[in-house]
Design a binder for this molecule. Structure first.
Ligand SMILES: Cc1cc2nc3c(=O)[nH]c(=O)nc-3n(C[C@H](O)[C@H](O)[C@H](O)COP(=O)(O)O)c2cc1C
Length: 512
């Protein structure tokens, strides 16, 4: 069953031994961050700090810190299972008339498959009259009561790091939820760090000077994920979360602004962003592993805070990878693959390595069919929405290369490259956080075509065949393996020999 609130998810984590409660007194300034950093990097549990200096509210971090917990948030065993759910849902071939029905009934196939469209109903959020996020209403808000974390020594101040920022497009009333960090300036004011390509920023531009905003902190984990997902403007994050979790999300109307928030969110901040009130925001220790520099961003004025009776304040720590957001990013990699394949069916798989901070490197395998195919895919990826268009390095490999195995990718790419012909330099927009670029938000991206070259692409030589043992010999050796008596157990191999990769590979071979 999907979880209706963060608290419900935390209960489930506690039962599974995936939540560690820390009753020792801790400081929200740096101390919680340092503890969290160590635990995230060790692959440890979610952390619930119950005794936080200066606040009555507990803080939870590292909720999404492992693949297992992130998948559990979607009520799935792993992230591929979540992607498969979407793949089934968007399998438009189910809408085509099938061979046996089309002669009898026009659109017979479509009618036949209507049943399979039922899950789409989960995309329609349910607006309810009351929700636990409004158990307590504070009309005289004071942000200093919240245990907002300062995460790194040079940070400009405390930052709300897991906010679900809700805005509405004034032109068509569509809602958007985006995760944009918020630096707390004082009791009632914060920064609003929506970057130039983000939907919240587009809404703000459409409103003009003053834009109503609600911020939920701590919600059903699928909504939290949806706020980070690179969805096109026409897709409502609440609808997407409903599809992902297989149950409509429940929303309530805010008390002071015409917006809707998750009914069972832990905290909600209501107010407006003043586009004319630009202040210095940052620096902030960011997910690139360096500080993003101070810059001007508009100010959020909080006019009302509502919360559950016993709310938990949700926070995350970003910094040198891997961090908790690695698994939010990996969820996007898996969940968006089937969507990407609808537009680019030649794409077999993609890997956004954690070390690349998600916008620095995408490795994509394709079924190459024609000359220049890899370059066509590069152009298509750079032409897509805000995540892919900012990808600094694109590596395109052939379908038989496992993009999740970066060693194979390195071998294949480094082996096949003719830099003059295979490397594309593409000027264009780059991520606001891309400090490698010589100017802000505009620079150059690189595409590497590592696919096997063909004569039609001007390759004048014979392409060398890959080395692979023939199946007969493999089978023979498999069958006789025990006879040879070779000991390759953990104790007899050197641990410095490719970090045990050889043993894994051997195991795979023996299963063939
Ligand atoms: C932990 C975390 C923090 C983020 N902080 C910011 C931020 O401060 N500013 C920003 O523009 N995007 C930030 N992002 C990325 C956006 O949430 C992401 O691009 C999302 O798709 C934006 O939604 P939108 O497309 O509706 O604008 C963050 C993502 C994560 C996971």
């Amino acid at each position: 069953m999907p979880f209706d609130s963060l608290s419900a998810f935390l209960d489930a984590l506690r039962k599974k031994g995936e939540l560690q409660v820390i009753d020792a007194a801790v400081d929200p300034k740096l101390e919680i961050a340092e503890i969290t950093d160590r635990v995230v990097k060790a692959g440890g549990p979610a952390l619930l700090f119950t005794n936080v200096h200066g606040s009555q509210f507990p803080v939870v971090t590292n909720v999404f810190g492992t693949q297992a917990r992130t998948a559990m948030a979607f009520d799935a065993a792993n992230l591929n299972e979540v992607a498969d759910r979407l793949r089934k849902l968007f399998d438009i071939s189910a809408l085509m008339p099938s061979e046996d029905t089309k002669s009898i009934l026009p659109f017979g196939g479509a009618l036949k498959s209507l049943g399979s469209l039922a899950p789409l109903a989960n995309a329609i959020p349910q607006t309810v009259n009351s929700g636990s996020c409004q158990d307590v209403v504070i009309e005289n808000p004071d942000l200093s009561k919240l245990p907002v974390l300062t995460t790194w020594p040079l940070d400009g101040g405390p930052f709300i790091t897991l906010p679900l920022v809700v805005t509405r497009d004034p032109r068509n009333r569509r809602l958007n939820i985006g995760m944009y960090r918020m630096q707390v300036y004082n009791e009632r004011e914060t920064g609003m760090h929506w970057q130039r390509h983000k939907q919240g920023r587009a809404h703000a531009d459409a409103w003009g000077d003053k834009i109503p905003v609600a911020v939920a902190i701590g919600a059903d984990p699928t909504i939290t994920y949806a706020a980070t997902a690179p969805l096109p403007p026409i897709v409502d994050e609440y609808a997407f979360a409903g599809l992902l979790r297989g149950k409509p999300v429940k929303l309530v109307r805010c008390k002071t602004v015409d917006l809707k928030v998750p009914a069972d969110a832990e905290f909600v901040l209501e107010g407006y962003v003043d586009n004319t009130d630009l202040r210095t925001e940052g620096p902030f220790g960011d997910h690139t592993g360096v500080y993003s520099l101070a810059d001007l961003y508009p100010t959020f004025h909080v006019q009302c805070i509502t919360h559950r009776k016993n709310p938990v304040y949700a926070a995350t720590l970003v910094g040198k990878p891997p961090m908790e957001d690695a698994w939010l990013g990996k969820a996007t990699e898996r969940i968006f693959l089937p969507l990407l394949q609808m537009v680019l069916p030649e794409v077999v798989d993609m890997n956004l390595p954690v070390e690349g901070g998600f916008h620095n490197l995408a490795i994509v395998s394709i079924k190459k069919k024609y000359p220049g195919h890899a370059k066509k895919v590069m152009n298509a990826l750079w032409g897509l929405g805000h995540m892919m268009m900012l990808t600094r390095t694109l590596v395109i490999v052939d379908a038989d290369i496992d993009v999740q195995d970066v060693r194979s990718v390195a071998w294949f790419t480094l082996n096949n490259l003719s830099p003059e012909k295979d490397v594309v330099m593409m000027p264009g927009p780059v991520d606001d956080l891309d400090h490698g670029s010589y100017s802000v938000a505009y620079g150059t991206k690189i595409g590497i075509d590592a696919t096997r070259k063909t004569a039609a692409e001007g390759y004048t030589r014979e392409w060398p065949p890959d080395i692979d043992m023939d199946t007969t010999t493999r089978r023979l050796v498999n069958e006789r393996w025990k006879e040879y008596g070779i000991d390759l157990s953990e104790k007899s191999v050197h641990s410095d020999n490719w970090s045990g990769q050889g043993l894994d590979a051997l195991e795979k071979l023996l299963k063939q």
